[in-house]
Design a protein around this ligand. Sequence first.
Ligand code: ATR
Length: 273
Amino acid sequence: MSAAADRYGVIGNPVAHSKSPDIHAAFARQTEQALTYERLLAPLDGFASTVRTLIEQGFKGANVTVPFKLEAFALAGMLSERAEAAGAVNTLKFQGGAIVGDNTDGIGLVTDIVVNAGVPMRGKRILLLGAGGAARGVVLPILAHAPEQLVIANRTESKAVELAARFAGKGTVAASDFRSLQCAFDVVINATSASLSADLPPVPPAVFGEGCLAYDMMYGPAPTVFMAFAQQHGAATRDGLGMLVEQAAESFQCWRGMRPDTRTVYAGLRAKL
Ligand code: ATR
């Protein structure tokens, strides 16, 4: 890479597992953009100082991953509407001394479902499982597609109620616990962290309606426990690898003003899982 290449990276702890450097390297090759993209391990108590060092070193931007998305939100001097709504930032752009925060996770999920999987959300019944950081980030992008209804269900129901209330003015959104879910949905999205511990959010099988797509934000070589359960009850399933690639493409667009083609990059990653 020439000396003129712009520098980007992903800040996390841990960060060794991140696939973002491979994804952004592929985007840069495809679009012939001169940039580098590095894994940036920040100390758990040193996120802000890491960002300051990157700015001093001339970095143009960075992605932010676990556990720093809330700190990135607090640090950003300017926020996009979707970052504001998510209460978290996964994309930083360093712009003439200012730190601009964006959140591309939600749009990444919605693009993967609506465009890549070809499953529309307009006029459909959508069920979002979980009410933590991952769920919060996707509510506004889902509501932007005008579903008939979005139901947020969570193990701790009060958190689902709080989350639904935050978005009450933006669309038809309701809250529930898992057990009370009795009707069928067109799309069921698992945004809980249950798959991390091979747990299943205890949803009644009735939630998987005719032709339902069950989506897990987690991904792996094998279907997650949630995907296996949904398959047993007749749903089509998809894991979160496409969301990962699409959120990266949105970050790339935010930094470089152009959107790379994601299909080949997704296929390459899938083959290597
Ligand atoms: P993240 O940033 O990944 O969303 P989080 O903010 O800690 O992480 O939120 C985790 C979410 O997964 C919460 O909705 C949590 O439910 P509670 O609010 O009841 O804790 C949910 N979750 C985690 N483990 C779960 C499990 N085994 N079954 C069901 N829900 C689970």
